[in-house]
Ligand binder design. Sequence first.
Ligand code: DC
Length: 223
Amino acid sequence: MKKLTIAIDGPAGAGKSSVAKLVANKLHYLYIDTGAMYRAFTWEVLQRHVDIADPKSVQILADTIQIRLEIGREQCRVYVNQIDVTDAIRTSEVSSHVSAVAALAVVRQKLVQLQREMATSGGVILDGRDIGTVVLPDADVKIFLTASVHSRAMRRYLEVRERNERETLEHIEAAIASRDYMDSHRDISPLKQADDAILLDNSELNLEETAAALMKIIEARRQ
Ligand code: DC
């Protein structure tokens, strides 16, 4: 059976990575978390105190940084210059800086090239913001996965509470709305549904239901 390339785009908190992981496992495909790559770059920017307003410094970092994803069945581990940053890239400090770093042309050039190389042999699911529009415009399946700001914030709130962290629902909702705005209004590769992508709103669906809806779309393309 043909090994497809599958692009899943959508805003933060729509559950792209959870559903992509689940579907990749079902299909024995590789799951490539492109958001993790932008987070890894941002982690290094913060570590090295790079001034992102200075194009030269960002260029030097882009030329020298090594970002590697080690893709396993259960988990995708992320390395920056051989350092395992899988957990470090999920802190709120990285989350609050990543949109600004991801808006830089040099950074996007570097990471888009890496993502295309990783996708060449097919049998891959990439999730992000610009996969169907820029990274893989010829992807076999393109999904735009979204949900209302309130339901995305509610999901994050429940995760945060489970980890015994304190954050109010209002604060999470405001952070998600602000990240949506920055990701969809930047000049380069803004978050946008590709013309030929299928829109899937999962505000009222749980993870299994979302995965089932996705599998149905993919199966139709595999015929
Ligand atoms: O999916 P995420 O929340 O881990 O993504 C982190 C940030 O990276 C998000 O603010 C948008 C950016 N991003 C991007 O610009 N392009 C991608 N393909 C993936 C993520």
